[in-house]
Design a binder for this molecule. Structure first.
Ligand code: TRP
Length: 333
């Protein structure tokens, strides 16, 4: 049986959070053996917000080292750098011509980002979902693992792909579907569990980074917001107990124990005790990742080799696919 294709990407724009791990990377780990996976480091996306090549380079190697540390196997999947495959841009331009400004203006992420009007909005920020669509549609992608905040961008990708297929009366593009983690697609902030955990949060105490140090983790968890139920109950209830629910989701995902089982085990213990157990588990989990991370991050030659191997393999596929697409549309006569 032919393996179906998975495409997913992360922008190298900073330190990854536990939210990235639970929401997206865990799906990558699980799917890499059964699917034909394209895991992309989306460095072209980074230029929207960062204009410093050294910074982006460091983030690229850091992201790749994290991927290896958590168990993404470069022998099983295609790991590559977006900027190595210029075909993404060839498709990007084309898709620009089939997408409406109104569709981009409606994107929630865009609307949220421009709320802070203190900066000039570059076109990249508006057009960013089209670059994402290009990433996905270039590889006949069947499934796209994403976090909750990206659903709208996948829906737009489907609309663009269907629009072009219909116009030319031909299935030029495979229509992708997203995969989302059942509980973990949206990990919340520690001090404000009604808000999504974001790597760029100004309050670092809201965020658990995969590379956080032991003492920082301890401080952040102890100070995370719970609720005032008395006597305290360790129960999953997103509305009434968002803080505890968020910790339960994280706990469940790093230990691979169901939330149900955790509730039974910890129901009547105090929040303080629960937090202490949680801190311990989280530290063990992060320690294992960080040990490997600090090994890989020093192996620049190995990291470069992995990206080169990915580039060579993916380039061939991308070239063939873009030629097919350009042919269908009529750009290549
Ligand atoms: N925009 C995604 C994010 O910020 C990253 C990304 C870029 C992506 N291209 C993609 C995700 C294609 C899925 C598919 O998380």
């Amino acid at each position: 049986m032919i393996k179906k294709n998975i495409f997913s990407a992360i922008q190298p724009t900073g330190n990854l959070t536990i939210g990235h791990y639970i929401g997206v990377l865990k799906i990558w780990i699980k799917k890499q053996y059964k699917y034909n996976c394209f895991f992309c480091i989306a460095d072209l996306h980074s230029w929207i917000s960062i204009k410093n090549k050294k910074k982006i380079k460091n983030y690229i190697y850091s992201l790749l080292s994290i991927m290896l540390s958590i168990g993404i196997n470069p022998k099983k999947c295609n790991i590559f750098l977006q900027s190595d495959i210029i075909e993404h841009i060839k498709l990007y331009w084309l898709l620009n011509c089939y997408t409406y400004v109104g569709e981009l203006n409606r994107m929630t992420q865009f609307k949220n980002k421009i709320k802070n009007k203190n900066f000039k909005i570059n076109c990249g920020l508006l057009n960013y979902p089209i670059l994402m669509s290009s990433d996905i549609l270039l590889y006949n992608t069947n499934y796209v693992p994403i976090g909750y905040d990206q659903i709208q961008h996948i829906e737009l990708t489907k609309i663009i792909a269907n629009r072009i297929n219909k116009l030319y009366n031909k299935n030029i593009f495979t229509i992708p579907n997203y995969i989302i983690s059942k509980y973990g697609s949206k990990i919340m902030s520690l001090c404000n569990p009604n808000k999504k955990m974001s790597k760029s949060d100004i309050n670092k105490n809201n965020v658990i980074y995969l590379l956080d140090k032991f003492n920082d983790i301890k401080y952040k968890i102890i100070n995370s917001l719970t609720d005032s139920q008395f006597p305290s109950k360790i129960l999953y209830d997103k509305i009434k107990k968002p803080g505890i629910s968020n910790l339960l989701v994280i706990f469940s995902n790093i230990k691979n124990i169901s939330i149900n089982k955790l509730e039974k085990k910890f129901l009547n213990i105090s929040y303080k005790n629960f937090k202490n157990i949680f801190i311990n588990e989280l530290n063990n989990f992060l320690y294992n990742i960080q040990k490997k991370y600090f090994y890989f991050i020093k192996k620049k030659k190995l990291l470069k080799k992995i990206l080169l191997k990915g580039k060579l393999k993916v380039k061939k596929i991308a070239k063939k696919n873009i030629n097919y697409i350009y042919n269908c549309i009529g750009i290549i006569k």
